[in-house]
Ligand binder design. Structure first.
Ligand code: NAD
Ligand code: MG
Length: 353
């Protein structure tokens, strides 16, 4: 029996994970946590808010599924990696903010880090732990979000309701807005850099509206492997929870004869500058990815509260990155300070706007 601690149990990923765990006789919940909604009765140990590492200490799980949203997921990520406990990671923000610290913790702890993000689960499967030198490049696909064919002018007055209507994926509000701005693909670019040890120039992004191909790896011998499937997060969640077993799920196999066409094109980084800003932050290194993430979290919250227009999200992130100290963090405390400072700077630019 694999004992799972589910963090972010009430969210979009958390609820789908509950479904997978309930249907699998070899998986059980030993702990469940959320940020504010009740989780009573979901697992022998539960917690709402507070320090998630305390819950993890008591639960002694075999695997942690971190499906918390935002920087708040970081202590749990580091706890699992440091302690050699297998980590199924949906909380991309923690790896983006703390990439180097997380990898160091994993080297010391020695547990598995299995991505849940669909593109990274796909790339993980195509790569099969092959060394980076065999890889020519990795391609992450983006649906393009609800505004993919729109011009900057048309985006000036979009509402939170419009941004929350994603064409292919049903997800929590923060990642849905990130998908509409392409910040999500920017976070994923940085996430992929740390997960697979590839330099940024070897990671490309293409828009693929139907979200059937999740990632593609081009190898040095000219062969490319792609990972395909209907857009349904239960597939990568199940893969991560049951790795390396690849258990059955209720999702249908792909039906190519139904007349499927696969379209790909280059992203429009002028209309969606957050993708380019994320790449710059990644290349700059140090705590720049943490600053990118912090400013984006502040800006997305402000947009959802109608305190900031849609196009203002990228402006807040750009201004924060231009003024913040992005020197490298030595430890978690440094990173918590970098995150708090960047949030304060971002809030400051909101007041001016
Ligand atoms: P969501 O908003 O639906 O759920 C977030 C969960 O985190 C909730 O259970 C909430 O209570 C919990 N939470 C928030 N703050 C917390 C805190 N301080 N302590 C404990 N719990 C806290 O979000 P989601 O869509 O499920 O996304 C979760 C994570 O997975 C995000 O990092 C997202 O980027 C990533 N992800 C989601 C999807 C998806 O399809 N939803 C796909 C890929 C990656
Ligand atoms: Mg994704």
């Amino acid at each position: 029996m694999k004992r799972i601690a589910l963090l972010g149990a009430t969210g979009s990923i958390g609820r789908q994970a509950q479904e997978i765990i309930a249907a699998h006789p070899g998986l059980e919940l030993c702990a469940a946590a959320s940020g504010s909604r009740a989780v009573d009765g979901l697992a022998p140990l539960t917690q709402v808010g507070g320090d998630l590492t305390e819950l993890l200490e008591r639960a002694e799980p075999d695997l942690v599924l971190n499906a918390v949203v935002g920087f708040a997921g970081l202590p749990a990520t580091l706890w699992a990696l440091e302690g050699g406990v297998d980590l199924a990671l949906a909380n991309k923000e923690s790896l983006v903010a703390a990439g180097e610290l997380a990898l160091e913790a994993q080297r010391r702890g020695g547990g598995r880090l299995i991505p849940v993000d669909s593109e990274h689960s796909a790339a993980f499967q195509c790569l099969e732990a092959r060394p980076p030198e065999q890889v020519h490049s990795l391609v992450l696909t983006a649906s393009g979000g609800p505004f993919r064919d729109q011009t900057r002018d048309e985006l000036s007055d979009v509402t939170p309701e419009e941004a929350l209507a994603h064409p292919t994926w049903s997800m929590g509000p923060k990642i849905t807005v990130d998908s509409a701005t392409l910040a999500n693909k920017g976070l994923e670019l940085i996430e992929a850099h740390f997960l697979f040890g590839l330099p940024y120039e070897q990671i490309d992004v293409v828009v693929h509206p139907s979200s059937i191909v999740h990632a593609l790896v081009r190898f040095r011998d000219g062969a490319s492997l792609a990972h395909l499937g209907y857009p349904d997060m239960r597939v990568p969640i199940s893969f991560a929870l049951t790795y390396p077993e690849r258990s059955a799920t209720p999702i249908s196999p792909l039906d190519l004869a139904a007349g499927m066409t696969l379209e790909f094109y280059a992203p429009d980084v002028d209309t969606f500058p957050l993708l380019a800003l994320a790449r710059e932050a990644g290349v700059r290194g140090g705590s720049a990815p943490c600053v990118f993430n912090a400013a984006n979290e502040v800006a997305v919250a402000a947009f959802l509260e109608r305190r900031l227009p849609f196009l203002g999200i990228a402006e807040v992130v750009e201004e924060t990155l231009a003024t913040a100290d992005t020197s490298a963090a030595r430890d978690l405390d440094d990173l918590i300070t970098a995150n708090a400072d960047a949030r304060r700077l971002a809030e400051g630019t909101l007041k001016v706007a």
